[in-house]
Write a protein that binds this ligand. Structure first.
Ligand SMILES: NC(=O)C1=CN([C@@H]2O[C@H](COP(=O)(O)OP(=O)(O)OC[C@H]3O[C@@H](n4cnc5c(N)ncnc54)[C@H](O)[C@@H]3O)[C@@H](O)[C@H]2O)C=CC1
Ligand SMILES: NCC(=O)COP(=O)(O)O
Length: 368
């Protein structure tokens, strides 16, 4: 077992050889998330997956060694040995936290623990130790109980990175057509009642710019086609079902098109039909041309209901705008099935694969 503690003052190897090796073989931090949820299970299953084992990358798991040990022992009794990673072979950054974790119940102790794991991974990554962080899910309510007032991991990552401009982008590659669905949320974890007052021309322009930069930097798409959703039913039906589209969204789009001739931006597409064409591109290789490079959804469920319907086991939550790569599965802590050994690791596997791909792409861009 390679079990170590990270210290912020630890000296780093900045030699040319070390940097070159890190570029082609990125170092990836993986946090275990809420220890009462399915995080450790999907990580141990993912790290035993053939696709992950064949990646040219180095993984370090951030979490409590004791919790990982207990989870591995429990899984070993329920599953064939080759289906979970051997703890002895893993690099673990051991962060000891309360032992009073109750599997399946997020609480103050589990919230304090998952916060500490992510804090340590961010500190090590900002210090140059890792190119990417893959986070297993946390429970926002458990963070709140532990006194951490962040809407989610995304906001903690942005805060510690001193970044104001960031976004939640879901990325999923279709197993049927290889088409990639990318959905950015304009607003994220706010009550539905606050959506229309939070949306503004400045916010949409900021998200479009973030998306444009991420498509170029992370996905090498220089002339993206971006589809943008309306806010109201039928995109407002010329003001009869809501005024936002006419009052500011359509004028903003017209302005944006003049300022960014490199981007093809749609009119506000009625939110109920926006997802018909991406669903066709997802399902059918012959209909790839119906898909856009990315979609901007106005609020959480407008974007994530179609993402999860199409791609629950494929989609990856990425944070764009950070100085490093961050990915996460698209699902939550799944407390209702924790400890049963039935959690599906597919989205976690995709999150790890995408983190490695994005870290390699960024390293290549840097050397150009
Ligand atoms: N990236 C993150 O950190 C996320 C965290 N959450 C947090 O997770 C907690 C629970 O949220 P919910 O809305 O219940 O969503 P959830 O995704 O945890 O669970 C929804 C349903 O999907 C099932 N499910 C989820 N992941 C699964 C997997 N890998 N394999 C098999 N079944 C799976 C669960 O058993 C449950 O029936 C909340 O506290 C929320 O804040 C939710 C979404 C993302
Ligand atoms: N619904 C997505 C989600 O909850 C992700 O939250 P986080 O990655 O910011 O913790």
């Amino acid at each position: 077992m390679n079990n170590w503690h990270y210290h912020p003052d630890q000296s780093l190897d900045h030699s040319l050889e070390a940097n070159l090796e890190a570029q082609s073989r990125p170092r990836i931090a993986i946090t275990i998330g809420d220890p009462a949820g399915i995080g450790m299970e999907i990580i141990l299953k993912s790290l035993a997956d053939r696709r992950i084992m064949s990646l040219d990358a180095e993984f370090t798991v951030f979490g409590s060694f004791d919790h990982l040990h207990n989870a591995a022992q429990d899984l070993a009794q329920k599953l064939p040995s080759q289906s979970i990673s051997d703890l002895e072979s893993l690099a673990i950054c051991d962060i000891s936290t309360s032992n009073e974790i109750m599997v399946g119940l997020g609480n103050q102790a589990s919230g304090a623990a998952s916060f500490a794991y992510l804090e340590a991974a961010i500190a090590a990554t900002l210090a140059g130790e890792f190119a990417a962080i893959v986070t297993a899910p946390i429970a926002k309510s458990a963070w709140k109980q532990a006194g951490h007032d962040y809407a989610g991991q995304t906001e903690l990552l942005a805060d510690r990175s001193q970044v104001d401009d960031f976004g939640m982008l879901f990325v999923g590659k279709s197993p049927h057509s290889d088409w990639v669905l990318r959905t950015l949320l304009a607003t994220v974890h706010i009550p539905l009642s606050q959506v229309t007052q939070t949306l503004s021309p400045a916010l949409i322009e900021q998200k479009l710019e973030l998306l444009r930069r991420s498509l170029l930097q992370d996905f090498a798409i220089a002339n993206p086609r971006i589809a943008l959703s309306g806010i109201n039913p039928h995109s407002g039906e010329q003001g009869q079902l809501g005024n936002e589209e006419q009052d500011w969204l359509i004028p903003l789009i017209q302005r944006y098109r003049q300022q960014h001739p490199d981007v093809t931006l749609s009119d506000p597409i009625p939110p109920d039909t926006m997802w018909v064409n991406p669903a066709k591109a997802w399902q059918d290789r012959d209909r790839l041309s119906l898909g856009h490079d990315a979609y901007l959804a106005m609020y959480h469920d407008q974007g994530l209901i179609p993402v999860k319907l199409l791609a629950f086991d494929r989609a990856v939550n990425t944070t764009i705008g950070l100085p490093f790569v961050r990915t996460s599965p698209d699902h939550g802590t799944a407390f209702n099935i924790a400890g049963q050994a039935i959690a599906d690791p597919s989205s976690m596997i995709e999150a790890i694969v995408l983190a490695v791909e994005l870290a390699q792409a960024r390293a290549t861009n840097k050397t150009r």
